[in-house]
Ligand binder design. Structure first.
Ligand code: CA
Ligand code: CA
Length: 295
């Protein structure tokens, strides 16, 4: 099985990045990932303001999927997530929504053992491993890996976990997938600006889906399809996700727009993925009892 090394990274998603590996559709492979600080924080003495921020959010790849063409949809199946032995939660003045209440930078190292993140001797959190960054090359430009968008990237969406599938539009030949930023656990919103940041590796397979037109990412879990949208402002970003969800429902059920609009209201949940990246991310969950498959 191919193992894509965490030595091979990009800092921006761009059609100009040459692939470092090629996989066939359906072929299983491992992607090793750095933590979002590129391994610069190893102990409580390593403080976030002192690290080189230019190498943060390095994503492993790009990985070409043989035969992928613009207009296809890539389906990335997350089969397994392995975490390193410890996670990191640094904070510093100004970080996250309450950053003005932090007076000095400090770093917490969090051991991972026995299915838990050991936050302190008295507080342990059940592991809920997830992938923060998963994306493909956009059609043009150079988008820093920290910025989410219709090409995926830093969506920080808790549903992107083992057993899930992430559907992404393909913009360039090969799609050029890159992956980064595992979290041992994180709540919706990523409310202090970080999850439990951690290195590790992810076992994936990527398939090509034809006859499906997606404007942006969709995540599939056991129970739902989640339409993911990112943007600078909450109301407009929510509107984008709601519109895309209503359009998918309308198409899947051959329902006129007023009924699709009613169904998105009666059966779907709007959830906040993260509010701390350069663009915020939301998702609308369409239950599978309503829409069993993407069309
Ligand atoms: Ca992230
Ligand atoms: Ca992160």
């Amino acid at each position: 099985m191919q193992i894509i090394s965490r030595d091979k990274v990009i800092y921006r998603f761009s059609p100009a990045n040459p692939p470092v590996a090629t996989v066939s559709p359906g072929e299983e492979f491992w992607v090793e990932t750095r933590d979002c600080y590129s391994g610069q924080i190893k102990s409580a003495k390593d403080l976030r303001p002192h690290i080189d921020t230019s190498i943060m959010n390095a994503a492993t790849g790009p990985i070409a999927i043989a035969g992928a063409r613009p207009g296809d949809v890539l389906c990335v199946e997350i089969r397994e997530i392995e975490l390193a032995g410890y996670g990191i939660m640094p904070t510093n003045p100004g970080l996250g929504p309450l950053g003005e209440r932090i007076t000095a930078a400090d770093t917490k190292i969090i051991p991972i053992e026995g299915g838990f993140a050991h936050f302190s001797p008295a507080i342990r959190l059940p592991l809920a491993p997830m992938v923060g960054v998963l994306g493909v090359a956009p059609p043009d430009g150079k988008i820093p890996c920290v910025t989410p968008g219709d090409h995926g990237a830093n969506m920080d969406t808790t549903d992107i976990k083992a057993g899930s599938r992430v559907y992404l539009p393909v913009f360039v030949p090969g799609a050029n997938l890159a992956v980064a930023d595992l979290h041992a656990c994180m709540g919706d919103g990523e409310l202090s600006g970080t999850g439990i940041e951690i290195a590790g590796r992810v076992r994936l397979a990527a398939m090509l889906v034809s006859g499906l037109a997606l404007a942006g990412p969709v995540v599939e879990t056991e129970a739902a399809f989640l339409v993911v949208a990112s943007g600078p402002e909450f109301r407009e970003t929510a509107r984008t996700a709601i519109a895309r969800a209503a359009d998918l429902i309308g198409k899947a059920l051959a329902a006129p727009f007023p009924d699709a609009y009613r169904l998105v209201s009666a059966a779907c949940d709007l959830k906040i993925s993260q509010i701390v990246n350069p663009l915020l991310t939301v998702r609308v969950a369409i239950p599978k009892y309503l829409m069993p498959r993407l069309v």
